[in-house]
Design a binder for this molecule. Structure first.
Ligand code: NAI
Length: 324
């Protein structure tokens, strides 16, 4: 029998955790023939709630679910982990400065990175969902010097999926007709959803829509969709975020020709080396590769640079705080 894959989920008792765990256990994260064990990491106050979720997982009698562990100790949670979904984070509270937010998250992602370094399986793959996701991923990575740097990634797949959905609605085509969508930069309002390489029915998407829509509707709608969901739902995107996490890891493990993911830059497209920035990526043999050779027009260049500048500022801020 196949050895189960150990998947660790932090923030397991939160909203995204609740939307995510059942899909992992049902086989959607890795494949319908891959058994899994789940490790649920929470803060002490939320361990009981995580235990409740685990009871429900039991009650689904998922054929692929071979065990559940619940803990508030990262050294236990990441021990032998093959996949780590870092969802739990410190949210921005009213009156919190960016430095405070980064510092609070450094206190979470630094120790988790170290626990991954010391205890995870050799093939560990990390996806950071908790915001500020790109910089939290960088912090975790910098505390895990023994893990290949490329194993630390951050999620921009939700932004990618939002862009597919908005474009599909505008052109009245199913999302399956849209190829080569790309999100560049930071998972924040500065992100740049790029339609200049996106293809619909063999045509470039940017040429199928007018420039005003692209600039004044499409880009801000995608970039600010998270806030619009909070406004409408009274709570932040959870099921769609969980769905994107599933898509990201599934494609990482099983391969894809083109999607968006925030991965460590090798200097491609002028993004400073080491920044964890969103790129157009393919996945082959379990590794992300940045898609090369795209021409970047002036409109795109300006927007990519602005988002990358924000990532550099975040990196500088966490350096100055001594978090990396
Ligand atoms: P939530 O507040 O419902 O749940 C977060 C959970 O994390 C809580 O149960 C909390 O106890 C736990 N937690 C906090 N610190 C922890 C630690 N040190 N170790 C383990 N668990 C810890 O939040 P929700 O809605 O599940 O969102 C989680 C994160 O995902 C937020 O940072 C949110 O901003 C982010 N997010 C990212 C998206 C993306 O596209 N990258 C999309 C949507 C949300």
């Amino acid at each position: 029998a196949q050895t189960p894959v150990k998947v660790t989920v932090t923030g397991a008792a939160g909203q995204i955790g609740y939307a995510l765990l059942f899909r992992i256990a049902s086989g959607q994260l890795l494949g319908a023939d891959v058994p899994v064990t789940l490790s649920l990491l929470e803060i002490p106050q939320a361990v009981k709630a995580a235990e409740g979720t685990a009871m429900e997982l039991d009650d689904c009698a998922f054929p692929l679910l071979r065990g559940i562990e619940i803990t508030d100790d990262p050294n236990v949670a990441f021990n032998g982990a093959n996949v780590a979904l870092l969802v739990g984070a410190m949210p921005r509270k009213a009156g919190m400065e960016r430095g405070d937010l980064l510092e609070a998250n450094g206190g979470i992602f630094g120790p988790q990175g170290k626990a991954i370094n010391d205890h995870a399986a050799d093939d560990i793959r990390v996806l950071v969902v908790g915001n500020p996701a790109n910089t939290n991923a960088l912090i975790a990575q910098q505390h895990a010097p023994d893990v290949p740097a490329e194993r630390f990634t951050a999620m921009t797949r939700l932004d990618h999926n939002r862009a597919l959905s908005q474009l599909g609605a505008k052109l009245q085509v199913p999302v399956t007709e849209i190829k080569k969508m790309t999100i560049w930069g930071n998972h924040s309002a500065t992100q740049y959803p790029d339609l200049f390489h996106t293809e619909v029915g063999g045509k470039i998407a940017a040429e199928l829509v007018d420039e005003a829509w692209l600039r004044d509707t499409f880009i801000p709608t995608v970039a600010k969709r998270g806030a619009a969901i909070i406004e409408a739902r009274g709570a932040s995107s959870a099921a769609s975020a969980a769905n994107a996490a599933i898509d990201h890891v599934y494609d990482w493990v099983n391969g894809t020709e083109w999607t968006s993911a925030a991965i460590p830059s090798d200097g491609s497209y002028g993004v400073p080396e080491g920044l964890i920035s969103s790129f157009p990526v393919a996945s082959r043999n379990g590794k992300w590769e940045i898609i090369q050779g795209l021409e970047i027009d002036a409109f795109s260049r300006e927007r990519i640079d602005a988002s990358v500048r924000e990532l550099e500022e975040e990196r500088e801020a966490v350096r100055q705080l001594g978090l990396i």
